[in-house]
Design a protein around this ligand. Structure first.
Ligand code: V47
Length: 389
């Protein structure tokens, strides 16, 4: 680093160590390739160990994408389909319940449910899915419907966001995933997905979810047409809402996969960019407890490395993921529990299974499928926080 960069970086390090907040300019500076990734990563790792000790979290989960038919045509999406396209599908109740059964047989604690906005399906169809899955498989946590879907339900039902969320919660919705955030700044959002839920709607839906006691996750889609400014602006908007509600559990930076999308001429982001984004997210989002390195999207090697660059969570074993695999992801369809634990241990972290709302999962050693959720992991991280420090 040259002298000026070193001075500026030292100022940022001092701020982080003094638990002062980083600004928009600080964040943009950290994206400058003249600031060594190693330095940014080391600082983020320090914060990660302060917040989450030496633990690497994972969960045992499955995905359900009940339809890919979607009214929107987001330019980054390879998953969506038109109604009459041979690729288009809609699952029936029997197929949906079969997924619940399979999840139970495989010891899953979570089902992550998202899909397209099918113009011929009513709100009741989406609601019914949650209701029947919850009725048949009440132990499985249903993390379902992004803010984009909730916005669509609001449009369909003509009811308020609060009404929709309370209604879904009453039939078994456990929390909401962080999808649909993309990039909040209109300069970019308007180029990617001008028609779907806008930034105000996305944030307001998460605010309302938090107000009624639903925890949610948050994401950012990067590596397409955005610049460092847009990424940091996005993180700051999330940080502001988190100051207000405290309802975000984890932030997941999502690297754009260009294959089979309308942006297929864009090159996929490098591992260096992915690690830098993980690290900068950890530094900017001082009020979000967890940073997830989603292995499906990053690839297992980068996700494993990310555990030393600010991330403390690898998401799950994952079954039936389609959104990234349709967009050319070459990662496996599924990781075994031994494999995901092995990746975490090999990275020098202690693998701990969590449930969707970050409680420790305890399993019967003689009957793997017999599990229960225990204490919040926050108590745990402080207890093991000194390991490896
Ligand atoms: O909103 C879609 C992104 C999101 C592509 O909450 C793409 O725990 C890259 O939000 N290349 C859905 N990204 C996935 C998501 C998610 C994933 C894992 C965990 C959680 C969580 C949430 O995926 C979409 C969009 O931002 N996406 N297409 C693509 N071609």
């Amino acid at each position: 680093m040259n002298h000026d960069y070193e001075t500026r970086f030292r100022e940022i390090r001092n701020k982080v160590e003094a638990q002062q907040r980083l600004t928009l300019d600080d964040g943009i500076f950290l994206y400058d390739p003249n600031v060594p990734l190693q330095a940014v990563g080391e600082l983020a790792n320090w914060v990660r160990e302060q917040k989450n000790g030496n633990v690497g979290y994972y969960n045992i989960n499955t995905h359900l994408n009940p339809t890919n038919v979607c009214v929107y045509r987001c330019r980054f999406c390879a998953f969506r389909s038109d109604l009459r396209d041979p690729k288009g599908y809609v699952m029936n109740d029997e197929q949906i319940l079969a997924r619940g059964r399979e999840a139970t047989e495989n010891g899953c604690t979570e089902m992550h449910i998202v899909g397209g906005l099918h113009h011929q399906k009513t709100y009741e169809w989406y609601r019914n899915m949650i209701e029947i899955l919850h009725r048949e498989y009440p132990k499985i946590h249903l993390k379902g419907w992004t803010a984009v879907e909730i916005n669509w339900f609001e449009f369909q039902t003509k009811k308020s966001v609060r009404w929709v969320l309370e209604d879904l919660k009453s039939v078994g919705l456990g929390s909401m995933p962080g999808g649909g955030a993309e990039i909040f700044h209109p300069e970019v959002r308007d180029q990617l997905c001008e028609h779907k839920a806008n930034t105000h709607a996305w944030l307001d839906i998460h605010r309302t979810a938090h107000q009624i006691g639903l925890k949610t996750n948050c994401t950012m889609l990067y590596g397409h047409v955005e610049k460092a400014f847009h990424r940091i602006d996005h993180l700051l908007r999330l940080r502001d809402l988190q100051d207000e509600t405290g309802g975000f559990q984890v932030f997941i930076p999502l690297a754009f996969h260009p294959e089979n999308t309308k942006l297929s001429d864009i090159k996929k982001s490098s591992a260096l960019m992915d690690l830098r984004t993980i690290a900068i997210s950890r530094l900017m989002l001082d009020n979000v407890q967890h940073i997830k390195a989603y292995w499906i999207m990053l690839g297992v090697e980068t996700a494993q490395t990310a555990l030393a660059y600010g991330a403390d969570d690898l998401d799950g074993t994952v079954r039936h993921e389609l959104i990234y695999h349709d967009a050319g992801a070459t990662t496996p369809e599924f990781l075994s529990i031994d494999k995901i634990r092995g990746l975490i241990s090999e990275a020098g972290r202690e693998p701990i299974e969590r449930d969707t709302i970050y409680r420790r999962v305890h399993r019967d050693p003689d009957d793997f499928k017999n599990w229960k959720s225990g204490e919040p992991v926050s108590s745990l991280a402080s207890a093991v926080g000194s390991v490896g420090q």
